[in-house]
Design a binder for this molecule. Sequence first.
Ligand SMILES: [Zn+2]
Length: 244
Amino acid sequence: MSFLRRNRKAETPPPPPPSSPVQEDVSAQQYALKLNYIAKSSDGLRMQPDPAVRGMLPGVVEPLAMTSVETIEPLPLEYSDAAPTMERFNEMQQWVLARGELGPIGRHGLYVLESTDALDMTVDTFFCALLHGETDTSGYPDYAAIVGGLASHWDELSGELIVRAVVGWGGKGQRGDTDRIGQKMLSSLYQQVIATGYSLGAAESARLPAIEGRGGVICQHCGFEAATAGAFYCPKCGMRMSRS
Ligand SMILES: [Zn+2]
């Protein structure tokens, strides 16, 4: 009995001491992380609608590349939500599954260009390399290193290949001349595409039509759902959409 009584008594907290000091400011250690990622995209160039022209694009990047050029294909339908965002775990998990085979340059390139929306990997094919700067001992580009190359997709109305030059850099740091060098690399890539002689001129819009809740025609070849019902060619695989 005496044990129970003692226990019940313990449930009520003791009254505060009469003169507990009021602390205005609690001392705090501050932690901060400043990340800065920049990406640049050129306007689109229309190219002849020929798979051989697309096959030539790694060779266009090559003379400007410090590493071999990786061809990164658009993602299959089951990975359409994949995104390199740590806090959205399901999207991240898809991204890791879909991109696990890539090397450090390609992975960094996708991370910078997808995070900034310079690439849409549901339709873009990305021909990627290290263009400037250095990597750490594991092969990952440092914050001042510039990665990029060309991005291509098939125009859904004309079936033409639309090619853009894309570059990106950034991370935990900044260096003053990176922007200028990045712009120069972008111009060089764009000029290289024109120099192939297969360009048909500037594309009206560098980007795809904004995809709003999708609801157009579904490609029978790759399963991609075009943004508009008026799509004649699949932006992803370039095959003619069958319209029944
Ligand atoms: Zn398709």
